[in-house]
Structure formats: structure tokens, C-alpha cells
Design a protein around this ligand. Structure first.
Ligand code: ZN
Length: 248
């Protein structure tokens, strides 16, 4: 069964700004979705949802049918309905994967899941060098040890997040800043990956290394729905304390 992916986008800049629309004629969400499809093919079933749609495109049915969600937002975070955020939060706790991209660091859902301010330092008009600091990690599969993003906004430390479970990428910038650009977390049964490259005025989501990383993160964060245990399941214990009506 393919991984059911919902690529969520704010869909604001690309509607308002001609320059950004030229870079992302199908929206940032469209480019992110295409990147996942190009790397995962039939392994993934990819749909998009945007903030301007009813329920931000995230109805109960869509949420229920989503195994992994990606999230890109920037200037409209405050307009995302708290009730929808609460539902996405519950889906993560019950096992939905979540990939938070770039300025999504300040989305309501990411801040709620992290429990910190998620603030960082930033400066426009830079370039980024991404180092793979955990080459054996599944999200680093087929990613070079180091790669360059010619045009990118600088995100710098201190980034106010809890210590990640795993750090996969670390970036540096022209000003000498460093940034934890690829971080893994677990909340409940859900796996969360934050990946910082992806400023809207630059073609970052058309770059192949970036597409590969997001596709890898989709696979890593996928938590296949588990079958419910039947009441007749036989549980063996050396102490025998599980004996009783549930034992077969
Ligand atoms: Zn940005």
C-alpha cells in the first residue's frame, strides 16, 4: 500500500508575488509534491492541501487518510485555525509523520509539538552549505556528504528547540553562522522531521538534494497503520501474570 502523503502549503506568497509565482507556478506545495513523487514514484500517493481551502484542506477524512504530512507556512501562521492544529497534533501523537519545512519553524503545530519558542536568527540573501552529519541515517540515503544551495536565506543558532533525538544535517552560511538544519523528533507514536532549507524567493525545492531529503523523510516518518490485537492473542510471560480470559 502506498504511503499517503498530504503536502500542506500556506499558498500566499505565490498568489501575491509575481517573482515567486514564476519560480513556483504550481505553488511551493506543488513543487514539494512533485519532488516527493519524482523520488518515491508508486511508493507514495501524494495530494496537496492549502490554507485558503475549507478547513485549510484538512478535513477529518483527509487527516484520517494521511500517513505523512509536510508543512510549509510563513506569514499566515496566526490565521491557522486552532481546532485544525489540535487535530493535526492528535494525528501526530497517534502515529502520523510530520515534516516541517523552513519557516514552518514558527507554525502553531511545530511550536505546540516542541513546547519551546522555536525562535531562530535569520538574514536574507545568503547561500547555504549543508553537511550530512549522520550519514547512516535513513534520511541521508543518497544525499552527498556536503552540498551547496546557491541562494538561500540564513537561519542561525541559537534555534530554540528541544535537543533533537537525532541530528542529520548541519548548515553553514557566508557569515560563518551554523544551524541545525535537519532534526528528528518523536512525539507519542509520531515521527517529526524539521528541515530548514526552502525560502520562497529561491528555487530551493527544485534542487535534487532537497527533493531527495524530503522524500527520504517521508519514508522515515511513515508509521504503517498497525493491526489491532485480537482479544485471543496469546501473551506468554515467565510469571504467568497475563493469564486469564485474554489468554488463548
Ligand atoms: Zn524564508
Amino acid at each position: 500500500m502506498p504511503i499517503r502523503v498530504t503536502v500542506w502549503g500556506e499558498n500566499y506568497h505565490e498568489q501575491k508575488n509575481e517573482h515567486i509565482r514564476k519560480i513556483y507556478p504550481n505553488g511551493l506545495h506543488g513543487a514539494i509534491a512533485e519532488g516527493i513523487k519524482s523520488h518515491l514514484g508508486e511508493e507514495a500517493e501524494v495530494r496537496t492541501a492549502t490554507q485558503d481551502q475549507d478547513h485549510h484542506g484538512l478535513t477529518d477524512d483527509i487527516l484520517e487518510q494521511t500517513d505523512v504530512m509536510t508543512w510549509w507556512g510563513h506569514v499566515q501562521h496566526h490565521l491557522v485555525d486552532d481546532a485544525i492544529v489540535a487535530k493535526v497534533y492528535q494525528r501526530v501523537l497517534s502515529g502520523m509523520g510530520l515534516i516541517v519545512l523552513h519557516s514552518g519553524h514558527w507554525s502553531k503545530i511545530f511550536v505546540k509539538l516542541m513546547g519551546t519558542t522555536c525562535a531562530l536568527r535569520w538574514r536574507d540573501d545568503d547561500s547555504e552549505t549543508v553537511f550530512t552529519v549522520n550519514p547512516g541515517h535513513p534520511i541521508a540515503h543518497n544525499v552527498p556528504p556536503v552540498f551547496h544551495i546557491p541562494e538561500q536565506e540564513m537561519y542561525g543558532e541559537y534555534f530554540d528547540i528541544p535537543q533533537p533525538d537525532e541530528l542529520v544535517f548541519l548548515s553553514s552560511f557566508k557569515g560563518g553562522e551554523v544551524f541545525r538544519s535537519g532534526c528528528c523528533f518523536t512525539r507519542g507514536q509520531g515521527r517529526i522531521f524539521f528541515f530548514s532549507p526552502g525560502h520562497e524567493t529561491y528555487p530551493v525545492y527544485h534542487q535534487d538534494e532537497v527533493k531527495q531529503i524530503i522524500a527520504n523523510a517521508v519514508k522515515w516518518s511513515y508509521n504503517p497503520p498497525k493491526p489491532r490485537y485480537a482479544t485471543s492473542t496469546c501473551v506468554h510471560s515467565p510469571l504467568g501474570w497475563m493469564s486469564g480470559s485474554e489468554q488463548s
